[in-house]
Design a protein around this ligand. Structure first.
Ligand SMILES: O=C(O)CCC(=O)C1=CC=C[C@@H](O)[C@@H]1C(=O)O
Length: 352
């Protein structure tokens, strides 16, 4: 049916990307090149598990990926049940087959891929010392972002409050929407006090205030919090429909955040959205720091959802050795330029 090549690649961050969970300096990914020998067409997808975070961050990752690719190459189909526990592999295969089908990196025909509308995005402030974060915030404010996400949980909490205060001294909640991401850094017993301290800055939401896997504590927080809580790491590894329903009905978060590479590929993420909407739980989509191949696929898919909230898709400039794609951050939107040439996959994939 198809030929599928697995092409490992290590990408390099321009600057260390810090979160309360650790600092990224390189990014290991696997590109899938699917070729249809009959038409000669190819489709490219990206498998990008995050180390020590993804549920499929496994020592024998490449061997498992090869066995799934072999089955897809023979049948031309993706077996969702088999791939549910491997979201980053599922995402790579889904998007490679979609690219093969569409024949262009305009994976779906949307006003976004037609270049008519942009996807609103948040500016991302990575961890650093107070001065570094202060400077990064200034840059994002100058660049015209209407939504800024600040990573918290790694430097002194009072200093983090000072940083948020600095933004509010310059911009009202109407001018800039403020989000924070704790990546699970708060201890359950201190979390509510910290949420109350953060509330003075009129925040849109906080991502993952306490470590994942503490459903009863998270449930209490979501019912007592002064502003919305969004679950991120909490969803990782919850790939079964019944489990997803149990999580949403137990914790009752205000939002969930979906990273297709971590949260079930496109199919699993679409299921999370359906289950969340049935329970009046909001959502938004973010990258998992893929290269532009994965980022484009997430953006193209996100555009089919007609996003209104700012999405976490502003990660296309992180790497020194990324592939050029016909999209760019313009103001506070990600914009696609169909008039520009298709990416040069041959040269990019040939480079080790
Ligand atoms: O949300 C965004 O603006 C971009 C994505 C993002 O922040 C992350 C992606 C992957 C891992 C993390 O470092 C981080 C997150 O925790 O959300």
């Amino acid at each position: 049916m198809y030929q599928i090549e697995i092409l490992p690649r290590t990408l390099h961050f321009k600057q260390p990307a810090g979160t309360s969970r650790g600092i990224y300096t390189t990014r290991q990914v696997w590109y899938l090149k699917v070729t249809d020998p009959q038409s000669g067409r190819t489709g490219i997808g990206e498998c990008a598990p995050l180390p020590a975070l993804s549920c499929d961050d496994l020592p024998d990752y490449e061997a498992i990926l090869a066995s799934h690719c072999q089955e897809v190459a023979q049948t031309g189909q993706i077996n969702l049940d088999k791939l549910r526990p491997y979201p980053s592999m599922l995402f790579g295969l889904e998007t490679a087959l979609r690219h093969l089908k569409s024949g262009s990196v305009r994976l779906w025909d949307t006003p976004f891929s037609q270049g008519k509308v942009g996807i609103p995005i948040n500016g991302l402030i990575w961890m650093g010392n107070f001065e570094e974060m202060y400077h990064r915030i200034e840059e994002k404010m100058k660049a015209g972002f209407r939504c800024i996400k600040v990573k918290i949980g790694a430097i002194d909490f009072q200093k983090e409050l000072e940083l948020l205060g600095h933004i509010r001294n310059h911009f009202s909640p109407e001018q800039i929407e403020l989000r924070v991401d704790a990546n699970g850094a708060f201890a359950p017993e201190e979390a509510l006090t910290r949420l109350e301290a953060l509330h003075q800055f009129h925040l849109h939401s906080i991502e993952q205030p306490i470590r994942a896997g503490q459903w009863q504590e998270m449930k209490r927080l979501c019912s007592e919090t002064p502003f919305p809580i969004a679950l991120d790491e909490e969803l990782i590894g919850v790939n079964d429909t019944k489990q997803k329903i149990e999580l949403l009905e137990t914790i009752r978060p205000q939002y969930i955040i979906l990273k297709p590479s971590l949260h079930g590929g496109l199919a699993g993420s679409a299921e999370w959205i359906r289950l969340a909407e049935e329970r009046n739980i909001g959502y938004w989509i973010t990258s998992a720091l893929e290269s532009n191949i994965g980022l484009n696929a997430i953006a193209q898919w996100c555009a089919t959802l007609n996003p209104v909230l700012p999405q976490g898709l502003g990660t296309g400039l992180l790497f020194t050795d990324n592939i050029d794609y016909p999209f760019a951050i313009e103001g506070d939107c990600l914009r696609f330029h169909p008039e520009q040439p298709e990416p040069d996959f041959e040269t990019f994939l040939a480079n080790e």
